[in-house]
Design a binder for this molecule. Structure first.
Ligand SMILES: Cc1ncc(COP(=O)(O)O)c(C=O)c1O
Length: 323
């Protein structure tokens, strides 16, 4: 995973305007920073070299989810979904991004004072950075069940992408890496498979694609939704949302994680056991290809998932030239 700090001269959206990233700072007493009262999103833009176009992937759905999740915490985002999409596309244009990007919207409780009680002072920011592959060039990808349990809906709702809840993911990821894995697998409090530290999980068993239901404390992933649609429509697979036992991971045929950052990543080892004795996965690579094609504008049937960043600008320029 690349962890290079972004260029401080990148233009970002902060306090209702466009500013340099280096100038987008908050007070040390900000409520969101002290108590974790933020809700964030992660959105990807995929670049298509042939079209010279940057496509924001399911950006509307991401902003719809973000606004709904903010509502769970009582944070208000005054802009509507269409305006948020426009701001994001404009940030890509202002920064002249002609590559893959990652978009990080963050809404938070903004009062700078001591006290857990939250007030109505909410703020939001949107940052876009160039972004490539999350786990680069790995042939073996090892996942392991960790001792930390996934946050429960009745403690901190995992479906909300609440900043403070990601301590759970940080602890899980740290334990997984300390134990020689690349990614963690969370179980729910009652011992069912939930998801990765920042991704949803699927397994293939007897030709069916199986993933935990949204009531097993998972984030309701948008990539998960894309995968289910592609599997059903393009591969004719049966997709089942049901609870998964840990031991099913040991006897299944394929496992992969999916999410905005990781896209689709095939797992080769689970708890240091080689999946299916190392037999090559067959369904995961097909889904990886379909997802890459659909999200880079190479499948017309899925164009409605994409928001072209530069096309809008070209239309504006053409309009200016013609008047
Ligand atoms: C905990 C968790 N699960 C799943 C996902 C995947 O969700 P999406 O596909 O919407 O990015 C993410 C990433 O945002 C995540 O943080």
């Amino acid at each position: 995973m690349k962890t290079v700090p972004p260029d401080p001269n990148i233009v970002v959206w902060f306090q209702d305007g466009y500013v340099r990233l280096g100038d987008a700072n908050v007070n040390i007493l900000t409520h969101g920073l002290n108590y974790g009262t933020g809700v964030f999103e992660g959105i990807r833009g995929g670049y298509n070299e042939d079209d010279h176009e940057l496509y924001l992937i399911r950006v509307r759905e991401h902003y719809e989810r973000w606004k709904a999740n903010c509502g769970i915490v009582g944070i208000k985002v005054p802009a509507d979904v269409e305006q948020l999409c426009e701001i994001t596309a404009e940030l890509c244009r202002k920064n002249k991004f002609h590559s893959g990007v990652y978009v990080r919207p963050l809404a938070y409780k903004a009062s700078a004072r001591i006290g857990v009680h939250a007030d109505e002072n909410d703020a939001y920011a949107i940052v876009v950075v160039p972004f490539g592959d999350y786990f680069t060039g790995k042939r073996d990808f090892k996942a392991g069940v960790v001792t930390w349990r996934r946050v429960d809906d009745n403690a901190i709702p995992g479906r909300s992408k609440i900043s403070g809840a990601y301590v759970n993911s940080v602890l899980a990821g740290g334990e997984a890496r300390a134990n020689g894995h690349d990614e963690a697998i969370f179980l729910t409090q009652d011992g069912h498979v939930a998801e990765g530290a920042a991704s949803n999980i699927f397994m293939v068993r007897k030709g069916k694609l199986i993933t935990p239901p949204v009531t097993d404390n998972i984030l309701e992933g948008i990539t998960r939704d894309c995968v289910m649609e592609l599997a059903r429509r393009e591969l004719g697979l049966e997709v089942v949302e049901r609870s998964i036992d840990r031991s099913e991971l040991y006897i299944c045929d394929e496992i992969f994680f999916c999410g905005t950052a990781v896209e689709l990543i095939s797992v080769t080892h689970i708890d240091h056991r080689l999946i299916k004795d190392g037999a090559p996965a067959t369904i995961t690579p097909k889904l990886q290809r379909l997802y890459a094609d659909a999200t880079r504008g190479r499948m017309p049937a899925y164009r409605h998932w994409l928001w072209p960043v530069h096309a809008a600008k070209k239309t504006e320029e053409r309009h200016v030239l013609s008047v």
